[in-house]
Design a protein around this ligand. Structure first.
Ligand code: G1P
Length: 294
């Protein structure tokens, strides 16, 4: 199966940082956000990744490309460790492809733009703003990897969900699992899903969290989906269409925490946590934090 990462969004929540730099290239310590996302997909066993991109996002393509000049300079200066790090930006055996989204018509449209590179096949969607922590989970086994495994076993579409406070549900797609109480790593059948409902209309507090494993019949629904919330072609609406046509969909409760890195607070939290865990700077950074008056 191939994975699609839509990276054509303008990153308005992170302005002015994202005026000239794609939000996906903002660093969390020494790696840009998009590299964590590609690593997660590779750990789940997926080798082909399609980035749906925009003219202003060339630095993402450059990041995953070979940079001969840099590599030969590092080689001459015998910077072995840095050279290895630069060469392993794209995980071994992974192909990264790019396609442009001609118009900004919404997430569903961005995904549909990748169809020529996927063909009439099942596919995975990963939204790059959502960074999954893997302190309490194993990316080769939990989360996206578990969803792919489950899809291979029962052919039901898989959507990752995460409980959010009731007053925040209107920021997300929300699923109805018929009142089932889900705990980490569990699956439940989805009865309905709705994009950004009003708080009073939300069927639960289980928010869609940026990881999907989708049946190839979702393509037909995507092609037929008309603009929904915000005047945008919504992926949630296409998946709801698949459900109404008799398709099976399951919710998977995330096995760990997430950081919403499309947001200033989420990115700051992700940065601090990753800096604290970093092998080179973690200890000194912890001492620095202990000395802060907050
Ligand atoms: C998108 C999806 C939404 C999902 C959210 C977080 O919304 O449309 O269903 O809950 O991502 O993964 P956006 O944040 O692009 O408005």
């Amino acid at each position: 199966m191939k994975a699609i990462i839509p990276v054509a969004g303008l990153g308005t929540r992170m302005l002015p940082a994202t005026k000239a730099i794609p939000k996906e290239m903002l660093p969390i310590v020494d790696k840009p956000m998009i590299q964590y996302i590609v690593d997660e997909i590779a750990a789940a066993g997926i080798k082909d990744i399609v980035l749906v991109t925009h003219g202003s996002k060339n630095s993402i393509e450059n990041h995953f490309d070979t940079q001969f000049e840099l590599e030969s300079t590092l080689e001459t200066r015998v910077k072995r460790q840095l050279l290895d790090e630069v060469r392993s930006i794209t995980p071994p055996g992974v192909n990264i492809m790019h396609i442009r989204q001609g118009k900004a018509l919404g997430l569903g449209h961005a995904i549909l733009s990748a169809k020529p590179m996927i063909g009439d096949d099942d596919f995975v969607v990963v939204l790059p703003d959502v960074l999954i922590d893997n302190l309490a989970s194993n990316p080769a086994q939990d989360n996206l990897a578990a969803m792919v495994q489950r899809f291979n076993d029962n052919a039901a579409c898989q959507i990752m969900v995460n409980p959010v406070p009731k007053e925040r549900v209107s920021n997300f797609g929300v699923v109805d699992v018929n009142g089932s109480s889900l705990s980490s790593g569990q699956f439940a059948r989805i009865q309905a899903l709705v994009e950004k409902p009003a708080t009073a209309d939300a069927p639960s507090n289980l928010a869609i969290t940026g990881r999907y494993v989708l049946h190839k019949n979702v393509w037909k629904q995507l092609a037929a989906t008309t603009p929904g919330v915000g005047g945008e072609i919504q992926l949630t609406d296409a998946i709801a269409g698949y459900l109404h046509a008799g398709g099976a969909i399951e919710a998977y409760h995330i096995a760990d925490r997430t950081f919403d890195c499309g947001d200033k607070l989420g990115l700051a939290m992700a940065y601090v946590e990753h800096a604290l865990r970093h092998k080179d700077i973690g200890q000194e950074f912890a001492e620095f934090l202990r000395g802060l008056k907050v």
